[in-house]
Design a protein around this ligand. Structure first.
Ligand code: FES
Ligand code: FES
Length: 469
């Protein structure tokens, strides 16, 4: 039995009984017959399927780019979806004009995705700069034009709009410049009206957070289902309580990295996030999804392991807590029943002298699966190690907390001798296998090099390459 989904697609309200587990891309192309949104990889890699998703936050609509090929339509209930048709008219918009004038399109297959990403950037960024403009198209691939002309197009539009935006109300200025059509102004009130409609009912035992990995693996299984979507908008996403930080399971990677509290704990989180995934994926993928995926090389998992995270689970009103370091029981096996939900993650707010580092080695620098990744959270006072959490991915069947090495380091002096001894313990604790991402020997070498890199990066006054034998 299907369930009714209601949302605004470009200018029109759409009501559909399509199964809520079906992808937004399939609905847009096959049912709404809007074929400007393209189907390329269906894996979140190419960005040909990029659309804007607008959500009411207070009185304002916030837009983000998503990959519609990995986005279940049930998650757009009560929201605004914008495809390339929703920003186009008889005349090209200034964004489209910039792409034309810089010869930034050839076959055109990728172009709607690029235009949507660039428009989304102009909608959401108050202060425009070239670097973030280029970052906004990090999830879009073009196979024929060459990226320099695309970068020039992005620069042209960035320069053209930058000053206008400073002066005027945000959306009005973009409407006036013909970047978006006038109907965008009324979307906020229309979404409020839509918010009075019933939320959709879930009728299956399948839970979905962001779905960015699940839809690559199991789309066939999901397309006729009505799953449960884990989105608790009644809770703040990240909040502080008595020296503890709480992170809702439905927090997306992008929300995580934009949190000031998280930035205090992981100062490089925005840079790390860009290594991990493209913007549309980061706008969808959730922290809880990364944990339950239980990939031995899940980047967020490795970060949260180092931070000694507590997992809060619930089922039928019953709650329990499990340290993340005890959550992984074997390859893809976790301490969670099929009907339990991860509500929240809890971490201790680190002390002033706590330092954090993350490293990831993969075949491609950006947006690739790690061969080996690692995080460390370490508290050091007067060269004395007070506490240490060291985690590694890609070196065992599970995301690995290195219990022996971490406890060996605690209470020790930050010295060359201690670090060299730690390298031996790391070798004993890890058990990497040879696979497409590298041989056993290579991964053992990487793990040790990454460990050295953590200390050289965090304590450059004391530790250098020469410190290691
Ligand atoms: Fe390639 Fe969606 S079709 S990212
Ligand atoms: Fe052909 Fe980009 S213009 S793929």
């Amino acid at each position: 039995m299907s369930t009714q989904i209601k949302f605004i697609l470009n200018e029109e309200v759409v009501t559909t009984n399509t199964p809520s587990g079906r992808t937004l891309l399939d609905f847009i192309r096959n049912e709404a017959k809007l074929t400007g949104t393209k189907e390329g990889c269906r894996e979140g890699d190419c960005g040909a399927c990029t659309v804007l998703l607008g959500e009411l936050v207070g009185d304002h609509v916030h837009y983000k780019t998503i990959n519609s090929c990995l986005y279940p339509i049930g998650k757009v209930n009560g929201k605004h979806v914008v495809t390339i048709e929703g920003i186009s008219s008889d005349q090209l918009t200034p964004v489209q004009n910039a792409y034309v004038s810089e010869n930034a399109s050839q076959c055109g297959f990728c172009t709607p995705g690029f235009i949507i990403s660039t428009t989304g950037y102009l909608l959401e960024n108050e202060a425009l700069n070239f670097e973030s403009a280029v970052e906004s198209i990090s999830g879009n691939i073009c196979r024929c034009t060459g990226y320099k002309s695309i970068e020039r197009a992005v620069k042209t539009i960035n320069d053209e709009i930058r000053d206008v935006k400073k002066e005027m109300n945000h959306f009005s200025s973009l409407v006036k410049k013909n970047i978006i059509p006038e109907y965008f102004i009324s979307i906020s009130n229309r979404l409020k009206e839509l918010g009075k409609t019933k939320s959709i009912e879930a009728k299956s035992a399948m839970f979905i957070g962001g779905g960015t990995d699940l839809y690559v693996q199991k789309e066939d299984e999901l397309k006729n289902s009505n799953p449960v979507f884990i989105t608790d908008s009644s809770l703040p996403k990240i909040w502080e309580e008595r020296d503890r930080l709480f992170i809702s399971g439905s927090t997306t990677f992008e929300e995580f990295a934009n949190s000031e509290n998280i930035q205090k704990i992981i100062p490089d989180i925005k840079i790390i996030n860009k290594l991990i995934a493209s913007l549309p994926i980061r706008n969808s993928a959730t922290i809880a999804g990364n944990i339950v995926n239980a990939s031995p090389i899940g980047d967020m998992t490795i970060i949260l392991l180092a931070l000694n995270t507590i997992v809060h689970l619930s089922e039928d009103g019953r709650n329990r807590q499990v340290p993340l370091r005890q959550f992984f029981k074997g390859y893809k096996t976790i301490d969670k029943t099929s009907t339990e939900i991860i509500n929240v993650f809890e971490i201790e707010f680190p002390k002033e002298s706590t330092f954090f580092a993350f490293e990831k080695i993969s075949k491609r620098t950006h947006l690739d699966i790690a061969s080996v990744n690692s995080a460390i959270s370490i508290t050091v006072n007067d060269d004395q190690i007070i506490s240490c959490g060291l985690s590694f991915g890609g070196v065992a069947p599970i995301p690995l907390f290195l219990e022996n090495t971490s406890s060996y380091l605690e209470g020790k002096e930050l010295s060359e001798e201690v670090l060299n001894e730690s390298l031996k313990l790391i070798d004993e604790e890890i058990s990497p296998i040879s696979d497409v991402r590298g041989s056993t020997e290579y991964k053992r070498l990487l793990a040790k090099q990454i460990f050295k890199s953590h200390f050289m990066k965090l304590f450059p006054h004391k530790i250098s390459m020469e410190s290691f034998k």
